[in-house]
Design a protein around this ligand. Sequence first.
Ligand SMILES: NC(=O)c1ccc[n+]([C@@H]2O[C@H](COP(=O)([O-])OP(=O)(O)OC[C@H]3O[C@@H](n4cnc5c(N)ncnc54)[C@H](O)[C@@H]3O)[C@@H](O)[C@H]2O)c1
Length: 373
Amino acid sequence: MAKKQKKINLGVVGACGRGGSFKSACDALETVCVWAVCDTNEKDLAAAATRLGATEQYTDYDTMLAQSKLDAVIIGTPMPFHVPQAIAALKRNIGVLSEVPAGISLDECQDLVRACRTSKGIYMMAENYTYMRPNAIVREIAARGLLGTPYYAEGEYIHELKGLNEITRWRRTWQTGINGITYGTHSLGPILQWMPGDRVVEVCCRGSGHHYKDPRGDFYENEESCVMLGKMARGGLVKIRVDMLSDRPHSMTNYQIQGTDGAYESARAEGEANRIWLRSKNPSPDRWMNLADLGDEFVPEAWKKGMELAQKAGHGGGDFFEVLDFVDALQGRRPAPIGIDEAMDMTLPGLVSQQSIIRDGEWMTVPDSRDWR
Ligand SMILES: NC(=O)c1ccc[n+]([C@@H]2O[C@H](COP(=O)([O-])OP(=O)(O)OC[C@H]3O[C@@H](n4cnc5c(N)ncnc54)[C@H](O)[C@@H]3O)[C@@H](O)[C@H]2O)c1
């Protein structure tokens, strides 16, 4: 008889905010248990503990790591805490599923990479846009070589959050208080998975100027629409636009990719279809197909098996499969799909873009974390 694996005890930090959104995925998986929650928000902590079914609650993260019996933590705190909290867990060989981006500076990213290299704890970045169903289907199509050689891609994250800035004040510093691509992994993450084995080696970045002021009458340091061009190691080009300030409806999941044998464009407007052209399906490039029509053929195998469970949990979307991948990595079944080097491939171009924009769009080299030992 197969030996039953013990439950993975999870600690969720930032449990009153984003951390709480991992609840349904954790509920759906019998192999995990949210054992402890942590948040500096004392007022709402008990409610978060009840919602997540946690046995223990902490207002101090280091105390949770020291006192609780945790196998892994989910980090859902504001951006500047991701690296210090991940390193503190890794030093205790506790696994980490960290919110995006992985870090806020090149220096701290180096520290994180080094901590990962010496820890027995598994690190994974929770880039959930790579788990959106259309993005996972395109990844599978690309993995089977049906796009041919991919050589151009675009991603856009357009999400007006001037109001949210005033509630979650850290955003005013870390997302709209720095010029350049401060929140680019949702756009770049899926694209990098569609160009397997490739990475951004150089970036340049320019912005569209300053047109809005915060409630105190100050311009945002981040220009409204920042565009980063990235040169790929294999010669291709990617374009990433992030805009968190312009008044307009949201549009956070715009993607395109072009390969020698296929092209994909996500829907831009309600009612439109995500459309794809594949030479293997239609040799003459004159007609798009609806990506949804290829879903049964190309949805990843793990998704087919897990869909019933995900749907039973009332959660048919990607968060379930993201946590499933993390658990599989923790239990040694498969490497984390967004381990430390993939997390750096998604995070570092944005950090370097913040230096490029200061230098009027100068092309700058993006370090390869695989060189950081
Ligand atoms: N992947 C996604 O789709 C997605 C969506 C939203 C936010 N995020 C990311 O999640 C993170 C949190 O965003 P949010 O919108 O939930 O922010 P938030 O401010 O609403 O929530 C963060 C929570 O962390 C708590 N916190 C702050 N410092 C802490 C500390 N040192 N120790 C313990 N708890 C602490 C706060 O009290 C708060 O409850 C950010 O990094 C953001 O980029 C990702």
